[in-house]
Structures are given as structure tokens and as C-alpha cells.
Write a protein that binds this ligand. Sequence first.
Ligand code: FRU
Length: 483
Amino acid sequence: MNELLAKANEHIAATRPLMNMEWYPSWHLAPTAGWMNDPNGLVWYDGMWHAFYQHYPYDAVWGPMHWGHARSRDLIHWEHLPVALAPAGTDDKDGCFSGSAVDNDGELSLIYTGHVHEGDRATDAGLRQVQCLATSRDGVHFTSHGKIIDPPPGIQHFRDPKVWKMGDSWYVVIGLRVDDRGEVRLWRSNDLRAWEPAGLLARSAPGESYMWECPDFFPLGDKWVLLFSPQGMKADGYRNRNLFQSGYLVGSWQPGGEFVIETPFTEIDAGHDFYAPQTMTGPDGRRIMLGWLAMWESIMPEKAHRWAGMLTMPRELTLSADLRIKATPAREIEACRADPHSYQDIRLARDSLPLLTGCEALEVGLSLDLTASDAEKYGLRLGAEQDDEQGLFIYVDNQSRRLVLDRRYPACGISGYRSVPLPDGDTLQLRVFFDRSSVEIFVNDGDISLSSRIYPQAQARHLSLFAQNGGAHFPRVNHWTIR
Ligand code: FRU
């Protein structure tokens, strides 16, 4: 594997100076060069946060999966490390697919899916997936130990192990496709090497979804949450609009028992670009989630710039009394605020108000008065000064009573909107985070989030407030540069 890693790292170093950084994030984690998809192996280890990720270093498209690696002291500023895993062995020769990481008494242990796909890639005939182990003492260089878990008989789609420890036992949840139904099953181990099956955790209703990818299973409040990414769910009105979904079930569980599910499947983000989220905990016990801020088969115009894909900002998860997950921006972001601006009681009547130009790394906090605004649409716009047809529009639609995220980048072939119902209450509180090609909106302290990629040209980074066909009242508007 070492030669393959050296080759990958050299290729990245040679590509990096050739990259166009116009849309490359300034404060989110993105691949040093080439392709990124799922976050993997999120772990607190040796006093730092570590994030690994699905990575193809040789081109800005999906290819034989490597594991990229970065670490951070504050979850916001990431230091890139050498590529950690390359597909090399008999069990993972066509890809080191997604998985997780644990600190096993100082030994950083990666548990991931070894992917082998022989013959015609258009069919599953030659597809084989097993779970593998790699370990490290320095947190940077890994030794492969090969396969540790075989699939149950007859199962081919078997991937994305998420491991955790309880008492003296290790547990893992793994996603399966069984007769075209998504499932998550459990295994148990004493030593991370020898595993025994520990039963079914949950599965799709017949016909609902055919595969459950990237499961994560963790306690939150006094419940357990199964977070996963089902494939094959049909769009349903405003819901499930992306190619694949990510969401959760909440219930009760204890080792050896059944997972008693108490909620319906709920999407965890309502934007265009959010998939395969995973969580980790640190020394203070917070449950931190990151997702892939992209979507399978989306256009990703940054491919032309020799990179593709990025991760979301870190989010802290808590459970509300009605068993919904609240995801709020990790508090570390507040220490990165610079250049504060604050306005009170802005009233617009059928017009717009410029806030700033050159919006790249920015947090905007705003409240919208839902009772004293009669505009048909009012909110925020990011675009060119002379053109109010293109760009990003985040607004309240007063007729449908929804919050809308509408993006229009015709030059990139990107359009379409996502929306969520307006929550109860007289004012709507939004925190909106921008990076060079992303926007993440948090509604009312994390009740709902919307995450999407955006592709503004240099002259289209003007941020303004607007009100269409009526008046709007913004009791408070703040913004900060993110440093
Ligand atoms: C999810 C996924 C995983 C798989 C990985 C391959 O996006 O399809 O199920 O392990 O990506 O890159």
C-alpha cells in the first residue's frame, strides 16, 4: 500500500498548484485535489478531531476509493494529512469504501468496507463487499489487517460499518441490501477482530427503499438514533426531492435488545446537497455531525477546477421533546467571527437593500417578522447587482407559508428550489453560512437546516435583502466574516 499512497500524495501535490480556487471552500473541508464524497472515520484522537473521507486523488470524478485524511483543533480549520488508505489488498482492490474510526487504547483503528467488483461493472454479478481493519499508532500511517467481517450468505451490498464501544464490547452497524430492501444489522466483538452477528436493527418497508447506506447509531438524550442514507425513496411533495435521502429514526435500545422505533423516517436536511452524514463525540460529549455537501449525479461545476465535493460545517445534535433532531452550527464557529455588522429594524417596501459585496466566507444572522411583512416574497439574495433573475434567493413565500432556497445558475446548468414549512411563531430566526460555493441555512436554532451548493461568479457576490410586491420587516440583521 505504501507505494500506492506515495503515488497518490505526489499526484495531489502536482495537481494542487493547477487548481482554480474560485469555488474552493475557505473554511470547509474539501479534497486537497480530486474527488471527495462521504465523510468517514470521524473521531477524536490524540487531542484532535480527525476526518477521513472517500477520495479519488487522480481525477475530479468518483474512482477507486482511497481515504483522504485531515485533522483539526477547532472543527473549522483543517490541516490536510497524507492519504491514509489506498485500494491494495485482495479484499479491497477496487476501493476502500466508507467506514468509521475508533481510538482503541491509543491505536487508531479504521473499520471500512473492502470493495471488489470484477467483470461487468454494469451488473452486480462480480460485486463483493466485506469489512476490513487498518490500524495506526501515530494516527497518520496505517497497517492493513484485511478482512474482519464477511457478508451474510447471498448478500452482496454490505457496507459502511460504524463502530462504537459500550462497556467491554465493540458494536458495529452495517448497511445491507436484502431482496431489494434496505437493512441495518448489528455485530459484536471483544477485540475489533473477531465479530459475531447480533441481529437486525431496522429495515425498510417493502418497496420503500432498496439499500440503506452509511448507518450511524448513537444515544441522544435518553433515546437512540439510527441515522442512515436510504436509496430508492420516491419524492413525496416537498419531501425526498434529492436523488438519495439522509434521515433518522428515533427509538429505544439496549445491548441485546430490539430497537423499538418511535418515529417515522425524518430527513435531516432539506437542501439540495446533503448525503451520508456521520457523527462523532469528543471529550465534552457533544454529538457532532458532518455530511457530504454534494449529491450523487449532481453537476458539480468545480470538476472543471480539478476538485469535486466538500463536507458540511460541523453541527451539534440534540433531541427535542418531540423526538426531532436539532442540528445547530458547532459553537467553535463563533470564535471565527470577524468584522461584525449589526442592523436593527430594517423595513423594506417593494425594494432591496444592499448588505455587502464580495460575500465568500460569511455568517449572516437575521430575523424576519412574519406578522408585519406583507410582501409576496422577502429575504436574502446573493447575485450580481444588475441582475435579479439569477443567483441564490432565500426567502419567505407568504402565499405558501414556506421558507424557500432557490438557486439559479443557468451557466452551470443548475436550477431548482427546496423549501420547508414556516415554523410556528411571529418571527423566523435564520443563521446562514456562506463559503465560496456553499450555503447552509439553520432555522430557529437548528429545527431545520438546508444545505446546498451555489456557484456565484466573482461579480455575483453581492448580498442584499429584498421584498417583492409588498413590505417586509427585518427586526435584526447581523453579519460576520468567517476567519
Ligand atoms: C455513499 C456510498 C457508500 C459507499 C461509498 C463509496 O455515498 O455509496 O455506501 O461506501 O459511497 O464511495
